[in-house]
Design a protein around this ligand. Structure first.
Ligand SMILES: C[S@@+](CC[C@H](N)C(=O)[O-])C[C@H]1O[C@@H](n2cnc3c(N)ncnc32)[C@H](O)[C@@H]1O
Length: 217
């Protein structure tokens, strides 16, 4: 695990994941809004490499925030590739709209405004998504995985951020300030993705935990 302020992390970021003016601007806006919860640059870069390794063409994201991860991913798509992202909070939607309008690959991105529980069932052609990135309310990760299992094709890539709940799992106790239901839900989510009969996956030990799995059924 690498701490956020480590020299090695700075080195990795400067070598592989420098942020351009747009991503830097979004990060500053999120800091000012008090919600700096976007993917770290090295995770954005990892998402890009995964997209290219798997030849991903159509991505579904749950949890847009200011649009950082969507922009990282959309930039890795081939010509004609598309990304649909779902978000429910008005201030985040407003910032993401600005971000996508300013982004050179914003035309690849469609944002759906509303709660993912309501938006997912409305998606036409759901089986055409070959990647899903889950990065929204932690309590609902199993709901999103239920949807993915029912709709995504065999071979689809499922990636989920913060699956160690900020580095706290599997620790337990009031000092860690994790609601027992959130903890139980995330443990269950991780057990599901670790089932080798159904997924080929692993978790990258980033500070918050990044799960990566290929759907085998
Ligand atoms: C961790 S942030 C996403 C960060 C973003 N993926 C990035 O890296 O730039 C979580 C986002 O999910 C949104 N969210 C939480 N619960 C949601 C739900 N049930 N439906 C849709 N969006 C939700 C929040 O409003 C917030 O913008």
């Amino acid at each position: 695990m690498t701490r956020d302020d480590s020299p090695s992390l700075d080195y990795i970021r400067s070598l592989y994941a420098p942020q351009d003016a747009l991503l830097t601007h979004i990060a500053q806006q999120l800091q000012a809004m008090g919600v700096p919860m976007q993917v770290e640059p090295e995770v954005g870069r990892l998402l890009q490499v995964l997209i290219r390794l798997r030849g991903v063409k159509r991505i579904l994201e749950v949890g847009t925030l200011g649009g950082s991860s969507a922009i990282w991913m959309a930039r890795a798509l081939p010509e004609g590739g598309t990304l649909v992202t779902i978000n429910k909070d008005a201030p985040h939607i407003a910032l993401a709209k600005e971000s996508f309008a300013a982004c050179e690959v914003g035309h690849r991105i469609t944002m759906l405004e509303g709660d993912a529980h309501h938006m997912l069932p409305t998606l036409a052609d759901a089986e055409a998504f070959d990647m899903m990135f889950i990065d929204a309310d932690k309590i609902s990760y199993n709901d999103y995985l239920d949807w993915a299992e029912a709709h995504l094709p065999k071979g689809a890539l499922i990636v989920a951020d913060n699956t160690l709940l900020g580095g706290k799992l599997p620790l337990d106790g009031p000092q860690y300030r994790i609601a027992p239901t959130t903890r139980a839900n995330m443990l269950r989510f991780n057990e599901r993705l670790a089932d080798r009969a159904r997924y080929d996956g692993t978790m990258v030990p980033t500070q918050s935990g990044l799960s990566i799995a290929i759907k085998l059924f």
